[in-house]
Design a protein around this ligand. Structure first.
Ligand code: ADP
Ligand code: MG
Length: 234
């Protein structure tokens, strides 16, 4: 059965349930969610010309529906400042992936703007057998992995849910401006959570979703990585 989302239909027709980062960002962008500008390059030359279009520095990442953790296998190169660095990163990524995952289907390499540093947060969605879609919010990196400092709310989120789930994590003080850092714009994070909640409501064929990480700033927030897993089609 076709959905109204060409990205989802294409993945399904290829028998895939994992969208690539580029596909996931395309879907999320259509839903009004702020994602970092990202384009697919299928040659070294194209990677350079997209980088010039975006302006340096840029980030290159492997684009493959078979690779979930892109940085584990040498599939992510950050902070590339020149065409020469982009060309080398392009070759290095493909060489590393062909070595580590010889059977992976490779769509190309994604080129994206390098986001300025911010507080890394995670927004996720998974489906609970009893409650249905549930959103998760937490701080990125080791805070989520080791301390499991996250909060959950059932979709659809109210504004109040969004506000509470951000404020109830233990690391909330990091968002309020820790040690002289500028405080993060919490209301834009609330809006982001609400938008993700509506996206989830409108796309029941999405089984799991991760914006990991999203960079939070004093003036907004932007997702730099996105992962979408589809329900298996019936
Ligand atoms: P993975 O598939 O390993 O999760 P990511 O796309 O999340 O790969 O990239 C790994 C890390 O690189 C991120 O956690 C983030 O810190 C950094 N990163 C990724 N993309 C960007 C970007 N566009 N700008 C700045 N930093 C980035
Ligand atoms: Mg990631």
């Amino acid at each position: 059965m076709n959905t109204k989302q060409p990205v989802i239909d294409r993945a399904r027709s290829e028998g895939r349930s994992l969208l690539t980062e580029i596909e996931a960002k395309e879907l999320l962008k259509q839903a009004g969610i702020n994602v970092i500008d990202t384009k697919l390059a299928t040659s070294r030359e194209e990677a350079i010309s997209i980088s010039r279009q975006f302006g340096f520095p840029v980030v290159l990442k492997i684009a493959s529906p078979d690779i979930v953790h892109k940085s584990d296998a040498g599939g992510v190169k950050l902070g590339l400042k020149t065409s020469k660095q982009v060309a080398k990163a392009y070759d290095d990524i493909l060489a590393a992936i062909r070595r580590e995952y010889p059977r992976a289907a490779i769509q190309g390499v994604s080129v994206q703007k390098m986001a300025r540093p911010g507080v890394e947060v995670i927004i996720g969605m998974s489906k609970d057998p009893q409650f249905g879609p549930v959103l998760m919010f937490g701080l990125g990196g080791i805070l989520v992995e080791i301390l499991k400092d996250v909060s959950f709310r059932i979709v659809p989120l109210t504004r109040r849910d969004a506000s509470e789930m951000i404020r109830e994590i233990k690391g909330y003080s990091l968002l309020e401006g820790y040690r002289g850092q500028e405080p993060v714009d919490v209301s834009s994070l609330e809006e982001l959570l609400i938008k993700v909640s509506s996206f989830v409501e409108q796309n029941p064929e999405v089984k799991e979703l991760d914006l990991n990480p999203t960079f939070a700033y004093s003036d907004g927030a932007v997702a730099v990585d996105a992962r979408v897993i589809l329900e298996s089609s019936s």
